[in-house]
Design a protein around this ligand. Structure first.
Ligand SMILES: [Zn+2]
Ligand SMILES: [Zn+2]
Length: 479
């Protein structure tokens, strides 16, 4: 106690009342002193940083965190808005062998103009979209590289539940290759999905549907290398063939705002990859490490099966580095790979045989890449195991929320007998509590509600993506 008092008196004699007030919030005020010499300050603040810029070790020019990032290490859902000039890439599924930390392949690309694109939508990947704070009805453009199930397995779920969750005002747009014959094309897969989900679709028709069940299938000729299959809002997507054992495997390139993203999908290294991905900003391909014998022990894949699968279907890690060196991207990434400590260094060493530039794994799930014209930064995304779903997102340009009338009712799709067997609610609700049951859709026609009539929390949550898009587009238009 005595020591404390002594300190305090010495301290007060050196400090002005103003400085004391200003620094009280931090617990301890620092007395004002003579500034160090300019030379000392310069040596301390820039010493050990060559040129005074962020470039150390083997880091590269332009690989640095953008100033608006709230954390340079981690990305959390709803933490940052995509900036007007930015492209943000999130790895939502990263492996062919599905397991809790790695869902099947899917890459989400968001652009500053408010558009978003889904490249592949493998089994389980949709759970990561939800964890990342993407509303299901925000997903409406899906590009499928090929029809292996690990690249489109989430599609039936997305189609059914995005409609239920507010996907009432636009159709689902699916882009994918033709096959050698009609039966192997994307359109036929979609027909099969419609058949598979027949019961589900009719069952969910007791809910609002609108145009949610409509699917626009854009099946393109898989041989049309370099063909443009999407050209809207300044965004183009081109495609080319990949050698993946069977005809109808495709690579995609998205160009917007002088920036470019490539996802090759699966396939053997090819001259076509070099031709169509050349000079792209972010080049993402798949890879397999040359460790089939060790893999057989760890992953349980017999070596002959692994070796044969790689050599007929996939890109060896050495080849991925070779391709990157030919393509010369600003950042090279690999995904569709097992993310395990025992292969991490091996993978880097194999890639580095030919590629000395910026490289990062597009794995495990949740890796986030912020891309602008002069900076790229990669972070670990923290995706919660028990996230909330984002509210459905609506375009409120017309100042209205429109809820289409459900196409059908229980009475039309269910025989009365089983409804009559339902327990009388008076028997299970406790005395004094009985909700007003909503057993019939509450309105006779489409519900059209002015936005102002919605409770404030719904106005805020359901219009958030629209407001963000409008603000960004205004900034881009003003330029
Ligand atoms: Zn695959
Ligand atoms: Zn495949």
């Amino acid at each position: 106690m005595r020591i404390l008092r002594k300190h305090l008196s010495a301290f007060c004699s050196l400090t002005t009342a103003a400085a004391l007030t200003a620094s009280m919030a931090f617990g301890q005020a620092v007395p004002i002193q003579e500034p160090s010499s300019e030379e000392d300050i310069r040596n301390a603040l820039t010493g050990g940083v060559p040129g005074g810029r962020w470039k150390e070790g083997l880091m590269f020019d332009g690989i640095s965190p953008q100033p608006w990032l709230k954390s340079a290490a981690n990305w959390l859902p709803n933490m940052e808005l995509v900036q007007p000039e930015e492209m943000r890439i999130t790895f939502m599924g990263t492996a062919p062998m599905i397991r809790p930390g790695q869902m099947n392949t899917s890459i989400y690309v968001e652009l500053g103009n408010g558009d978003n694109f889904v490249f592949d939508i493998g089994e389980g990947a949709i759970s990561n979209y939800i964890a990342a704070g993407v509303a299901l009805n925000q997903i409406n453009k899906i590009f499928i590289t090929h029809l292996h199930v690990d690249h489109f397995g989430s599609l039936p779920y997305v189609w059914m539940f995005r409609t239920w969750a507010g996907g009432w005002h636009d159709r689902l747009r699916i882009f994918g290759p033709s096959g050698r014959t009609e039966e192997y094309g994307t359109a036929r897969m979609v027909e099969g999905m419609k058949m598979m989900t027949g019961w589900h679709q009719d069952a969910f028709s007791v809910f609002p549907v609108g145009s949610g069940w409509d699917i626009e299938v854009n099946e393109f000729d898989f041989r049309d290398n370099g063909g443009v299959i999407y050209d809207e809002n300044g965004v183009t997507v081109t495609h080319w063939q990949r050698s993946h054992a069977k005809d109808g495997a495709t690579g995609y390139r998205l160009d917007w705002n002088d920036m470019c993203f490539v996802w090759t999908g699966d396939g053997r290294p090819s001259k076509l990859d070099v031709k169509y991905a050349k000079g792209c900003d972010v080049y993402v391909t798949e890879l397999q490490q040359e460790v089939v014998e060790i893999n057989s022990g760890v992953q349980g894949v017999p070596p002959f099966l692994a070796r044969y699968t790689i050599d007929t279907h996939h890109t060896p890690a050495y080849a991925s580095g070779y391709l990157a060196n030919e393509i010369q991207p600003r950042l090279f990434m690999t995904t569709h790979m097992s993310y395990d400590p025992y292969v991490a260094e091996e993978t880097v060493a194999e890639v580095r045989e030919h590629w000395q530039g910026p490289f990062h794994f597009g794995a495990p799930d949740g890796i986030v890449v912020n891309v602008t014209k002069d900076q790229i930064w990669v972070r670990e995304g923290i995706l919660p195991d028990f996230p909330n779903s984002r509210a459905p997102q609506f375009d409120f340009t017309n100042g209205q929320l429109v809820v289409p009338h459900p196409p059908t009712s229980r009475e039309e799709i269910q025989e009365p007998f089983v409804r009559e067997q339902q327990i009388d609610p008076d028997l299970y609700y406790p005395k004094g509590y009985k909700p007003e049951l909503l057993e019939h859709w509450p309105v006779e026609t489409d519900l059209v509600a002015p936005v102002e009539a919605l409770p404030p929390n719904l106005q805020k949550s359901m219009g958030a993506a629209w407001r963000h898009r409008e603000a960004n587009r205004k900034i881009l238009d003003d330029k």
